[in-house]
Design a protein. Structure first.
Length: 408
C-alpha cells in the first residue's frame, strides 16, 4: 500500500515538472520598444519691469589741472608749499630772485619821468611859437615841427608808462602763485635752480580733485543709444531726475558717494570705435585719485517690458547666434534664435525670439535635440525667481559670444 502511494506521488511531481518545462518553452511575451521621453527642467518666462543699468569702464581725471611754469628768468630762492598738500588759489609756491626785475622797474620809471619832463618842455615851446606865429616872428614850419614834437613826447610818456607796467608785472611774476585750489604734486625745481620764461620751465602741477571727473569709454553703438535716450527724455542730464551714476573701485568695492552724468563726446575714436562719456563725482576725502581705473554704473530707469532668461538656458551656435531650446505645447523641443540685449549675473535679457509664457529648457539641454518629445518639469523656485526678476540689467555690445563679460 505504501509502495503504491509513493508511486502515485512521484507521478504527480513528474507531471508538474513537465508542465513547468512546457510553459518555459512557450512563446515569449512581446516587449515594448517605444523610448521613454527625456526628462528636462524648464523655466516659464514672462515679461516684467526691470531696472536698466549701463556699466562702463573708465578712468578718473582732475576737475581742474594747472601746470605752474616760470614766467620770468631767475634763480629760485625758496619753495613755500608742502609737496602733495592742499594749496589755495593765490598762494605763493615759489619765490624767484626779484633783483633783476626791480632794476628793470626802476629803469622804466626813470624813463617815464624823463618823458614827462620832455612833454613839459615841448609844450612850453609850442605855446611860445603860437604867440610868435601871430606876429610872424617864427615860420609856420617851425611851429608845426614843435606841435609834432609835442605829440611825439606825449607818445613817449605812454610808452614809458607801458614799460613801467610790464616791469611791475614781471616783478609780480617773481612770486609764483597757484592759479587754482587743489593738491600740489612733486616740485620739479629746487632752491637754487635757474628757470626761464622762454622755456616755460615747469615748476609744479596743481590738481583740483574735489569734485573729480570720471571719463568712461562706451562703444559708438551704445553711445548712439545713449543719445537717443537723452533726446527722448528717458535719460536726464540735468534737473531733479538727472541720471545717477554709481562707481566701482579697482578693488571691487563701491564708492560711497553718487555722481551725475555730464555729457557724451561728439567724436568717435577711429581706432577703437568708442566715445567718451563724462561723469562727475564729489571727492571730499580724496579717495579718488587722477588716473584710477574704475567702472561706473549709469542708472537709466526701468524697462517695463523686459524678459529675463537664465544664462544656462541660452546657447550659441558656431556662427555666434544665440539660441534657446523651448518646449512647445505638444511637448516637443523647438530651437529659437534669440536677440539678446544684455547680461547681468547669470541672466540674459532677451529682446526678440521668445513669447510670454514660453518654457525654456534650463537643465537637460545636452540630452535633447529639436523635434524630440520630452517630459518637462518646472525648474526649482530659485532658478525660476532669478529668471523672472533681476536687480538690474547691464548693457553689453558683445552679445554674440557665450560670455558674460561686458565689452564696451
Amino acid at each position: 500500500m505504501n509502495s503504491d502511494l509513493l508511486k502515485a506521488h512521484r507521478s504527480v511531481i513528474a507531471a508538474a515538472l513537465a508542465a513547468v518545462l512546457l510553459a518555459g518553452c512557450g512563446p515569449a511575451k512581446p516587449m515594448s520598444t517605444a523610448p521613454q521621453p527625456t526628462q528636462v527642467s524648464v523655466v516659464r518666462v514672462h515679461r516684467a519691469s526691470v531696472p536698466i543699468v549701463t556699466e562702463l569702464p573708465g578712468r578718473t581725471s582732475p576737475y581742474r589741472i594747472a601746470q605752474v611754469r616760470a614766467r620770468v628768468d631767475g634763480i629760485v630762492l625758496t619753495r613755500e608749499f608742502e609737496e602733495g598738500g592742499q594749496v589755495v588759489a593765490g598762494q605763493r609756491l615759489f619765490k624767484i630772485d626779484p633783483a633783476p626785475c626791480v632794476a628793470e622797474l626802476n629803469s622804466a620809471m626813470a624813463s617815464l619821468e624823463k618823458a614827462k619832463a620832455n612833454v613839459v618842455a615841448i609844450a612850453a615851446q609850442v605855446d611860445r611859437f603860437k604867440v610868435l606865429l601871430a606876429t610872424n616872428m617864427v615860420s609856420r614850419q617851425n611851429y608845426d615841427n614843435a606841435v609834432a614834437a609835442q605829440g611825439q613826447a606825449v607818445a613817449d610818456v605812454a610808452a614809458a608808462k607801458a614799460a613801467v607796467a610790464l616791469a611791475q608785472i614781471n616783478l609780480g611774476y617773481t612770486d609764483v602763485v597757484s592759479p587754482i585750489a587743489g593738491r600740489s604734486g612733486v616740485a620739479q625745481v629746487t632752491q637754487g635752480a635757474y628757470v626761464q620764461a622762454s622755456a616755460a620751465t615747469l615748476m609744479v602741477t596743481v590738481q583740483q580733485t574735489d569734485p573729480i571727473y570720471v571719463d568712461l569709454t562706451q562703444s559708438s553703438v551704445e553711445g548712439l543709444q545713449l543719445r537717443r535716450d537723452v533726446d527722448t527724455g528717458r535719460l536726464k542730464l540735468e534737473g531733479p531726475d538727472q541720471a545717477k551714476v554709481a562707481l566701482l573701485l579697482e578693488d571691487g568695492s563701491q564708492y560711497p558717494l553718487p555722481g551725475t552724468l555730464e555729457f557724451s563726446d561728439i567724436t568717435v575714436d577711429q581706432g577703437t570705435g568708442s566715445v567718451t562719456v563724462r561723469a562727475i563725482f564729489p571727492n571730499p576725502r580724496s579717495v579718488l585719485l587722477p588716473g584710477m581705473f574704475v567702472r561706473a554704473q549709469i542708472d537709466e530707469g526701468f524697462d517695463d517690458n523686459a524678459m529675463l532668461v537664465p544664462e544656462v538656458g541660452v546657447t550659441h551656435d558656431p556662427s555666434g547666434q544665440a539660441t534657446a531650446l523651448v518646449v512647445g505645447p505638444d511637448n516637443k523641443v523647438e530651437v529659437r534664435p534669440l536677440k539678446l540685449r544684455s547680461a547681468v549675473g547669470d541672466q540674459w535679457i532677451v529682446e526678440d525670439g521668445l513669447s510670454d509664457g514660453d518654457r525654456v529648457i534650463v537643465a537637460g539641454i545636452q540630452r535633447v535635440q529639436p523635434g524630440v518629445s520630452v517630459q518637462a518639469t518646472e525648474a526649482s523656485a530659485e532658478i525660476a525667481s532669478k529668471a523672472l526678476s533681476g536687480p538690474s540689467v547691464i548693457r553689453s555690445t558683445s552679445l554674440a559670444m557665450p560670455s558674460r563679460a561686458i565689452a564696451l
